[in-house]
Design a protein around this ligand. Structure first.
Ligand code: F6P
Length: 368
C-alpha cells in the first residue's frame, strides 16, 4: 500500500472539497493507495504531534457541495517561512522545508498533493526541488494563474458578486444614489470585470487600468443629463487611481504572506465627492461572502476533474507538475511554468472590448 498526503493551502475557495473527493474516489477505484489529509496546509506535518487525517471514501462522501475545506487551510507561514517567537517576544521565520521532506520520508509518504494558489505552488516547486514527489492543483477565486484557463472557485465568486450587483441596482435606482461594490481578486480584475458585464453595471474599476476619478464623475454627470440619476460601480480591491497606489491595511498577523488590500471602495467614495459628484454615495464591501458557501456546478465539475487528474499524475509518478485546465482538456504543466507568470486582464482582451462596447466606464478616457 502506498501513501499520499493531500494539503489545501492559501485562502479557501468553493471547490476544494470537490478536489479532495475526486482524488479519494479515483484512488479508491484504482486501489493500492492510502490517502491522508494534512491539517491546515502543511502545518499538520510540521507540528508535533502531527495532524494527518485519513481520507476514506466514507469521509469524503457528499463533500463536493460544501464550501471551504474539510482539512483546513492557512495563508500564513509554511515550510519555507515558519514563524517562531523569539525570547524578546518578536517573531522571525525559519526554513523548515528540509525537515518537512525528511518527515514525509519517515512517515512513509510516497507522494504529496498541494491544492493552492500561486503562493502554495511556489512552495510546491521549492519542495519538489528538495526531492519531494509533489503534484500541484491550482485554486483561487482570483483566477490569476496563467498556466490554467480557469481555477475553480472563480465562477462561484462571480455568481455571488453578480447577485450582489443585482441587488445594489434596485436600491441605487430607488434612491438616486451611487452604489459602490468592492470585490476581491488581489491584483487581477477578473471578478470585477465579469461581475460588471453579468450585472450590467455602469462603472468597473480594475487594477490593470488605473482610474481617473474625473472620468468617472463625468460619466455619472452624463448619465444624470440623460435622466439616469443612479449608478452601480464595481471596484476591485486592488484598483488604484492614476499615479496612486493600492489601498491597504497594515496587518499584525504573524507570517501573513500577502498585502491586506482594503478600503478601495471607501477611498473612491471620498474621491467622487471631492470631484463634485452630486449624488449620494454608498459603499458595499462583499468581502469573504464571495469565497464561502456552495460551489456552483461549473466549479464542482472543474474540481472533480482536477481531483481525478491529480490522482493520475501521482499514480503515474509524474511529479513536479501542476494540473491545468486547457479547454476542453485537463492537462498538466511543470510547476516552474505554473508559477512563472500571473494572469492579468489585458487591455486588448475580448472582455475589455465587450465592456467598452456595452458602454461600461472603465475609469479611463478610452472609448469603444
Ligand atoms: O486570494 C484569495 C483572496 O480572497 C483575495 O481575493 C483576497 O485579497 C485575499 O484572499 C483575502 O485574504 P484573507 O482571507 O487573508 O483576508
Amino acid at each position: 500500500m502506498k501513501r499520499v498526503m493531500l494539503a489545501t493551502g492559501g485562502g479557501d475557495c468553493p471547490g476544494l472539497n470537490g478536489v479532495i473527493r475526486g482524488f479519494v474516489k479515483a484512488a479508491n477505484q484504482h486501489g493500492g493507495w492510502e490517502v491522508l489529509g494534512c491539517y491546515q496546509s502543511f502545518n499538520g506535518i510540521l507540528r508535533e504531534p502531527t495532524e494527518l487525517i485519513p481520507l476514506t471514501p466514507e469521509k469524503v462522501s457528499g463533500i463536493h457541495i460544501r464550501g471551504g475545506t474539510i482539512i483546513g487551510t492557512t495563508n500564513k507561514g509554511g515550510p519555507f517561512a515558519w514563524p517562531v517567537k523569539k525570547y524578546d517576544g518578536t517573531w522571525e521565520t525559519v526554513d523548515r522545508s528540509t525537515e518537512m521532506v525528511k518527515k514525509c520520508e519517515l512517515l512513509g509518504i510516497d507522494a504529496v498533493v498541494n491544492i493552492g494558489g500561486d503562493g502554495s505552488q511556489r512552495i510546491s516547486m521549492g519542495l519538489h526541488e528538495k526531492g519531494l514527489p509533489i503534484v500541484g492543483v491550482p485554486k483561487t477565486i482570483d483566477n490569476d494563474l496563467s498556466a490554467t484557463d480557469m481555477t475553480f472557485g472563480f465562477e462561484t465568486a462571480v455568481e455571488i458578486a453578480t447577485e450582489a450587483a443585482d441587488k445594489l441596482m434596485t436600491t441605487a435606482e430607488s434612491h438616486n444614489r451611487v452604489l459602490i461594490l468592492e470585490v476581491m481578486g488581489r491584483d487581477a480584475g477578473w471578478i470585477a470585470l465579469n461581475t460588471a458585464i453579468a450585472g450590467g453595471v455602469h462603472v468597473c474599476l480594475i487594477p490593470e487600468i488605473p482610474y481617473d476619478v474625473n472620468c468617472v464623475n463625468m460619466f455619472i454627470e452624463e448619465r444624470i443629463k440623460n435622466g439616469k440619476s443612479f449608478d452601480v460601480i464595481v471596484i476591485s480591491e486592488g484598483a488604484k487611481p492614476i499615479d496612486g497606489t493600492v489601498s491597504k491595511l497594515n496587518t499584525s498577523e504573524i507570517g501573513y504572506e500577502n498585502i491586506r488590500l482594503s478600503g478601495a471602495a471607501d477611498r473612491l467614495a471620498a474621491e467622487l465627492k471631492a470631484a463634485g459628484c452630486e449624488l449620494d454615495v454608498r459603499v458595499a464591501v462583499l468581502g469573504h461572502i464571495q469565497r464561502g458557501g456552495v460551489p456552483i456546478a461549473f466549479d464542482r465539475i472543474l474540481a472533480a476533474q482536477f481531483g481525478v487528474k491529480a490522482f493520475e499524475l501521482v499514480n503515474n509518478g509524474d511529479f513536479g507538475k501542476m494540473v491545468s485546465y486547457r479547454y476542453p482538456n485537463i492537462v498538466s504543466v511543470p510547476l516552474a511554468e505554473a508559477v512563472s507568470k500571473m494572469n492579468f486582464v489585458q487591455e486588448d482582451s475580448a472582455l475589455i472590448h465587450t465592456a467598452r462596447g456595452l458602454g461600461i466606464c472603465l475609469g479611463d478616457s478610452s472609448v469603444y
